[in-house]
Write a protein that binds this ligand. Structure first.
Ligand SMILES: Nc1ncnc2c1ncn2[C@@H]1O[C@H](COP(=O)(O)OP(=O)(O)OP(=O)(O)O)[C@@H](O)[C@H]1O
Ligand SMILES: [Mg+2]
Length: 233
């Protein structure tokens, strides 16, 4: 992971975050005056029943959804103050996303999927390709560079997705059910990789999971319930 080690994790400070979905008539209060403070390079697991708002919380932290009310500071970036372009730059430069269904493009190889994440960074083709290879190597998949996603196992696909999430040296990594589709062995593999990020790269890491083994690996655990986070001992 030497190639990745320049980034420093960002602290997160969320205060009074409320998120209401109103598209379908009845307002649905998903996050209700939620508070959260994370130290740089902290590893938090968030659990909670289906529909509790876990993905919504990650979407706000990751700049996919704008904070509706309350404040969300990531490092010294106040997400509520960013316009659309600034939010896109925030996502590209500071955040790495990992999703349950990997989100790899099916017509690109593993290597190309990783390279694609670096398209808008100003890095030229040669260095981009080199870095993509280093990342694949770091997740133990150098030999799968030319495989398309349908020729990867679920665990391999997720490791490629993690390599892609790390491409731009994110300072906050957000993983939504990253092992939801994996068997126990692949869960262990992906979990080892994710759990190593705070210590090895200094990334701040938030993992949403239903899996207690995954949650147990986090230094800190919270339950999202009634729109707020409650510490889990
Ligand atoms: N765009 C949307 N418009 C309206 N309601 C939404 C929207 N997105 C999510 N919701 C609702 O908000 C609630 C929280 O959704 P969210 O996806 O954050 O839950 P979750 O905790 O991630 O659930 P799961 O564990 O099933 O992934 C759900 O009841 C969902 O139906
Ligand atoms: Mg979800």
């Amino acid at each position: 992971m030497r190639v990745l080690s320049e980034a420093t994790g960002l602290g997160v400070s969320v205060q009074g975050l409320t998120h209401i979905y109103a598209e379908h008539g009845n307002p649905l209060v998903v996050l209700d005056q939620l508070d959260l403070a994370l130290r740089p390079a902290e590893h938090l697991a968030v659990t909670g029943r289906s529909g509790a708002g876990k993905s919504t919380l990650l979407a706000v932290l990751g700049g996919l959804e704008r904070p509706q009310s309350g404040s969300v500071l990531v490092g010294d970036v106040d997400l509520a103050r960013l316009d659309g372009d600034e939010l896109a730059a925030y996502r590209r430069d500071l955040v790495g996303f990992v999703f349950q269904h990997y989100g790899l493009l099916g017509n690109l190889t593993a290597l190309e999927n990783i390279e694609l994440a670096m398209t808008f960074t100003g890095l030229r083709t040669g260095p981009r390709r080199r870095r993509a290879r280093e990342l694949l190597d770091a997740v133990g998949l150098a030999e799968r560079a030319d495989h398309r996603p349908n020729a990867l196992s679920g665990g391999e696909a997720q490791r490629v997705a993690i390599a892609r999430a790390l491409a731009n040296q994110p300072r906050l990594v957000l993983a939504d059910e990253p092992t939801g589709n994996l068997d126990d062995e692949n869960t262990a593999h992906v979990l080892d990789l994710l759990a190593s990020l705070p210590a090895q790269l200094g990334c701040t890491l938030v993992v949403v999971t239903h899996n207690h083994v995954v949650a147990a690996r986090a230094a800190r655990r919270c339950l999202l319930e009634h729109g707020r986070l409650v510490a889990v001992p």
